[in-house]
Design a binder for this molecule. Structure first.
Ligand code: 2P0
Length: 344
């Protein structure tokens, strides 16, 4: 009787890379907290230099539980609960009960209002689905990523993406904005990192509190459809002025809803106000420059790819003395999700 050497069991794994996105027309408020169905649709630009790389391997016994590291540090508490919740959706769909090892690395300062949850959950969705043997369409991946973090639905796609609010799990997904003239390639963001620390109020808590208490919330929602229509028309017309104006009005209105919540939520610091003033001054000086902000103090400046470096230098000069720790990043339109299947 002959024996053959036993082949070690192969456990499939997958690595995904997902890029951060910055909303030009914002998502702020949920119609359904569990499914993460937003009140409004939103429009974003995916960025090239800010991304998350995540590997998922279902290599653990079910009872051992999932484990995850982010930039080498173990993930615990609420963030780990959210990771396991997304993995549970994948396990349910794939019919597997193995627990996972998740290894993730971020070029985005985590939880500093630089969309790390968007790239993080998009990468987790892509890697987990592939490691579990699922073959999902981009739309299905967008819906899955949405369950981890709403803005992650948009990070499945490169360039400009619109997340349709929809009304249930099937109808709430992102897709690329038609861009036959490659307008996204003409755009850039100067990211003014004023403070890379963790924010004190998570966007999840901040948006729930705003919806529940702000008298400005419904008026902002009522104006929002017009902002989105203007922005999409601006993309079709390759009109960065109209796009920038729509983005600035929409973001300023979103922050006004937070400031009028009871008690108020205000992510803006003195440095944020100085940066916003510098952006207005840059525009007065002839630069294409429009500011947007998310759930943190940092300011992102929409500009043209052609002017981005010059604008970055000009803003640094204006702000260096007021904001000693200022760090700036110039980002251009980035690609959509990539997934590589491998073995653990
Ligand atoms: C956006 N933000 O459209 C908005 C603008 C922040 C301000 O999406 O609760 O981390 O996980 O769905 O996606 C940040 O919220 O919130 C966000 P959850 P998420 O980009």
């Amino acid at each position: 009787m002959s024996t053959t050497a036993a082949t070690p069991p192969v456990t499939p794994a997958a690595t995904a890379v997902a890029h951060a996105n910055i909303a030009l027309i914002k998502y702020w408020g949920k119609a359904d907290d569990d499914l993460i169905i937003p009140v409004t649709s939103s429009l974003s630009l995916t960025l090239d230099d800010l991304y998350t790389t995540t590997t998922v391997c279902f290599d653990r016994d079910a009872g051992a539980g999932d484990v995850a590291t982010l930039d080498g540090e173990p993930v615990t508490g609420k963030p780990m609960v959210r990771i396991t919740a997304l993995l549970d959706l994948v396990r349910d769909t794939a019919g597997i009960d193995r627990a996972a090892t998740v290894t993730s690395a971020n070029t985005v300062p985590t939880a500093a209002g630089l969309a790390s949850s968007a790239s993080g959950f998009a990468a987790l969705a892509g890697a987990a689905a592939a490691a579990a043997g699922l073959d999902l369409s981009d739309r299905e991946l967008s819906r899955l990523a949405r369950r981890g973090s709403g803005s992650a639905s948009r990070s499945i796609f490169g360039g400009l993406a619109v997340w349709h609010a929809g009304h249930d799990d099937e109808t709430s997904y992102a897709e690329p904005v038609p861009d036959p003239h490659h307008f996204a390639a003409d755009l850039a963001m100067v990211v003014l990192v004023l403070d890379a620390g963790q924010k004190s109020v998570s966007s999840r808590d901040g948006m729930r509190h705003t919806v529940e208490t702000s008298p400005e919330y419904r008026p902002w929602v009522a104006a929002h459809a017009g902002h989105l229509a203007s922005a999409l028309a601006a993309v079709a017309d390759r009109d960065i002025v109209a796009l920038g104006e729509a983005a600035e009005v929409n973001a300023a209105g979103m922050h006004a809803t937070m400031r009028s919540a009871v008690p108020p939520v205000d992510y803006l610091t003195d440095a944020s106000h100085a940066a916003l003033a510098a952006v207005a001054a840059a525009r007065d000086a002839g630069f294409p420059a429009w500011a947007t902000m998310d759930a943190g103090p940092n300011v992102k400046v929409l500009t043209t790819a052609a002017e981005a470096s010059r604008l970055e230098g000009w803003l640094r000069e204006q702000l260096a003395s007021d904001i000693p720790g200022l760090h700036t990043v110039v980002a251009h339109a980035g690609p959509g999700l990539t997934v590589t299947r491998e073995d653990c």
